[in-house]
Design a protein around this ligand. Structure first.
Ligand code: SAM
Length: 192
């Protein structure tokens, strides 16, 4: 590895937000998965979570992700309950994105707290199970003719609000990543 690349990876790792993550519930279109991973990488998410109805784990490959999938590790689950349990073990507030009258405006939340942003399936949205287990239900206001945003667009909007709050709070000024994980990424490569 060239010294330049080594420096570049270290700089990226310095900004990683180990307590901010995205959880995808049955998001299955490759281009959406890839676009979510790319936005997650852009704001410093280090690990993501995904659960699937079937055993058919979707791999985020090239294309839209532009290689970002190599730098954001995705953990897979067979059901949403197991995924949310894991997030809770990491003391994350689980924020479910869902357009309903009961949901609060997404900008009202504090994303400097350890946070998992949960996104739902392209056609049907999040499940009742995810809604029941969530700490918060949030919506991105919509005043047009179409009812919802594309899931990857919703992810980017949410993530950049988290990025804005965290930048203001100085959360990008001090590295969060463990020495062990830094060593792993630098010397064993990004996430396969
Ligand atoms: N008909 C679905 C429903 O009622 O939820 C629409 C699903 S939407 C295309 C796919 C996912 O994008 C949602 O599950 C949610 O995660 C996210 N999403 C899209 N627009 C949103 C909005 N305005 N507010 C919150 N989440 C949104």
């Amino acid at each position: 590895m060239s010294p330049e690349r080594f420096r570049r990876i270290n700089e990226m790792l310095d900004k990683r937000q180990t307590d901010l993550t995205v959880a995808m519930e049955n998001v299955h279109k490759h281009h959406n998965l890839s676009a979510v991973v790319r936005s997650a990488d852009a704001v410093g998410v280090h690990e993501m979570h995904a659960c699937w109805i079937s055993q058919d784990k979707r791999r985020v490959a090239g294309g839209t992700a532009l290689g970002s999938q190599n730098w954001v590790k995705t953990h897979h689950y067979s059901d949403v309950e197991a995924m949310i349990r894991r997030l809770r073990e990491q003391n994350m507030q689980v924020v479910v994105t869902h357009l309903s009258d009961e949901s609060v405006d997404f900008r009202e939340l504090d994303y400097t707290r350890p946070t998992a942003i949960l996104l739902g399936q392209e056609k049907y949205g999040v499940t009742e199970k995810a809604l029941a287990m969530a700490d918060q239900h949030v919506k991105i206001p919509m005043v047009g003719m179409v009812q919802s945003l594309n899931v990857s667009v919703a992810a980017a909007v949410m993530l950049y609000e988290a990025q804005r709050q965290r930048e203001q709070a100085g959360r990008y000024d001090t590295a969060q990543i463990s020495a062990e994980e830094r060593h792993r990424v630098l010397f064993e490569g990004g996430h396969p």
